[in-house]
Design a protein around this ligand. Structure first.
Ligand code: NZQ
Ligand code: ZN
Length: 388
């Protein structure tokens, strides 16, 4: 293991079919004013909303509702949420939904009592909160982002065409998260598989960095194999508890900071994907799948040893009598087959990207330097063109 680091994770998880039973226990740790944040209505359809409200009332909480958190939450919505939280002196933000609701709730938690414009402070200047932070709890209904056990909070600003994530410290992680795999059964297939690829991408962004022998890489190979296996079952049998529960658990471990330890980490697929999201408002996981093959084929020669290892250890490519690049390419071809099999979007045109957007998307892509190749602006444009 390289590097010096500290590790702790303050989020308490409740996992399994009966995990909602623990909401009451957790509620006793917080004051009476609860802001209930949720999305566009899926929790009302599924009956989860009623169950949560009942538990909140049984615990004598005063509920302040904040519905309508959109996928890829916007800065305008954030300002609205801050107003509700501040005016009602909120003690706990309870996020019921997917990564968007969770991310948004974290953004409100650090912004409500912030005297400055939170977009400028947290997303443009990347400063840390120095004001009161409202605690967040989460009941997860969509799997993928890892937001249930991390400090990530991604906000979109359509006016400036920027989608930016701030990874806050562990004072912003959810205090608790309830993970019931059954709650994810109602996800439309498009969202479900987008979430599967989001998980894959989180792992690959961390795996494809560094040249040392690192325990995190072995953990990630295990997570990837389990994801590939379970995802193929889940697309055919969405109510297969074993597959859905494994995937829920993989998603949490993929991005709860553990496997990043000792790694420089890449994150360029996410940077390009987020900029595509700022232009198209497309589903997060699909913005990643649509550029991944072009990206990985392009950087493969710069990290050949790791791509070879990926092919052999994750995709079971037989290396006998083959050159290294042949093995690596076979691994990427297996990944592409799997992506097609589970029904992912494989090009950015299908997400609404047009030729005239490419330069702007590249302009809005933050360039990171932890992967095998630091990209230039021109290389990003070439990857986008190859993804059309
Ligand atoms: O709004 P509702 O009606 O709830 O519908 C949602 C939404 O339309 C629906 N949905 C969620 N659970 C459902 C359901 N529909 C039926 N049954 C259920 N059980 O799914 C749609 C998408 O939900 P959303 O929360 O937007 O998806 P996801 O969890 O993928 O979150 C995406 C956001 O997370 C950010 C992304 O950039 C994006 O803004 N990310 C956050 C990260 C983090 N915190 O670390 C990292 C990720 O890389 C990602 O960037
Ligand atoms: Zn992601």
């Amino acid at each position: 293991m390289l590097g010096n680091f500290s590790y702790s994770n303050p989020t308490r998880l409740y996992f399994g079919e009966n995990s909602l039973d623990f909401l009451s226990t957790e509620l006793s740790n917080f004051g009476k004013n609860v802001m209930l944040t949720y999305g566009g209505g899926s929790i009302k359809k599924s009956g989860l909303y009623e169950k949560v409200v009942k538990i909140l009332k049984e615990n004598d909480k005063v509920i302040f509702e904040d519905p309508g958190v959109m996928p890829n939450p916007t800065v305008e919505k954030l300002y609205e949420g801050c107003k509700i939280a501040k005016e009602n002196n909120i003690d706990l933000i309870l996020a019921v939904g997917g990564g968007s609701v969770c991310d948004y709730s974290k953004a409100v938690s650090v912004s409500a009592w912030c005297d400055e414009d939170p977009w400028d402070k947290y997303y443009l200047r990347m400063e840390e909160p120095n004001n009161k932070i409202i605690p967040v709890g989460c009941i997860l209904t969509m799997v993928g982002t890892g937001s249930e056990m991390n400090g990530g909070s991604v906000i979109t600003n359509h006016d400036s065409k920027l989608k930016i994530g701030h990874v806050f410290g562990d004072n912003v992680f959810p205090k608790f998260s309830i993970l019931n795999p059954v709650l994810t059964y109602t996800l439309p297939k498009y969202q479900m598989t987008a979430g599967f690829f989001d998980i894959m991408s989180h792992i690959l962004e961390q795996y494809f960095s560094g040249n040392d022998d690192n325990t995190s890489d072995y953990i990630m190979e295990g997570l990837l194999k389990s994801l590939i296996y379970s995802s193929e079952i889940a697309v055919n049998e969405p109510e297969n508890y074993e597959a859905r529960s494994n995937i829920m658990w993989i998603a949490t471990w993929a991005l709860n900071t553990l496997v990043a330890k000792g790694k420089t980490t890449d994150w360029m697929v996410h940077m390009i994907g987020q900029s595509i999201g700022a232009y198209t408002d497309a589903t997060h996981g699909m913005t990643l799948s649509a550029v991944s093959m072009a990206y990985y084929r392009y950087i493969m020669p710069y990290g050949l040893d790791k791509f070879k290892r990926y092919a052999i250890n994750v995709w079971n490519v037989n290396p006998e009598n083959k050159a290294d690049d042949e093995i690596a390419l076979e691994g990427l071809a297996s990944m592409e087959n799997w992506m097609n099999k589970i029904g992912l979007v494989m090009n950015i045109k299908d997400l609404g990207v047009t030729d005239d957007m490419l330069v702007g998307i590249a302009d809005g892509t933050f360039i990171m330097d932890g992967g095998y190749k630091v990209l230039t602006h021109e290389e990003i444009i070439n990857i986008l063109k190859a993804s059309m």
